[in-house]
Each structure stands twice: as C-alpha cells, then as structure tokens.
Design a protein around this ligand. Structure first.
Ligand SMILES: [Zn+2]
Length: 104
C-alpha cells in the first residue's frame, strides 16, 4: 500500500494462499505468477458478493476512473505485452484486479 496523490494505492503480490473452493491447490499468487492491482477500484465478484465491499461503486465499469483496469487501458496493455492475462475477462466471476502469467 502506497500513497499516490492523497489516494491509497495497492500494488503488490498477495501472500501465498490456497484457493478457497474445490480440491486443495495453490493459487497462482502463491507462485508469484499473479498480482492484484488496486483491489477497491478493481473488485472481484463471486456468488453475487463484491470483494472488497468498498469496491461496490466500481462495479460500474462504463466510465474509467483513476486506478481502474480497463480492457485497453495502460494496465492491460502493459501486462498483455508481458504475456499476462486479465481476470476482468471472466464473465461469470469477473476479477478486475487480477493479472496472471498462467491465465488463471
Ligand atoms: Zn488475484
């Protein structure tokens, strides 16, 4: 977490974690092949729940605001150039903060 223009910014690796559902396995974060960027501005949705809850206002992706990952924005272009994929492309459980080298 860093302070940029008076706003808190989160850019960093999550601690190693296990995937919460399904058979035991490690998430791509555990191997350093995934990163979450600005979780509030780029929440994820699973089972109708928004995580983090503070990200609810950012589910409306129709207008870009600072910190938001957009399909053709600077974050996606940079990660795509490195061969990484965006979790925001998942329609059932969009994970707008998630970028990974594995696509998962
Ligand atoms: Zn992630």
């Amino acid at each position: 977490m860093t302070e940029v223009d008076g706003r808190r910014q989160h850019v960093g690796l999550q601690l190693p974690d296990a995937v919460a559902t399904g058979p035991p396995r490690w998430s791509a974060h555990a191997f350093g092949t995934a990163i979450d960027v600005n979780p509030v501005e780029n929440p994820y949705v699973e089972g109708g729940a928004v995580q983090p809850a503070a990200g609810q206002p950012f589910l409306d992706r129709s207008q870009a605001r600072p910190g938001m990952a957009e399909p053709d924005g600077v974050l996606n272009r940079a990660f795509r150039a490195a061969g990484w994929q965006w979790g925001g492309r998942w329609t059932a459980t969009p994970d707008y903060q998630h970028f990974s080298a594995t696509g998962g």
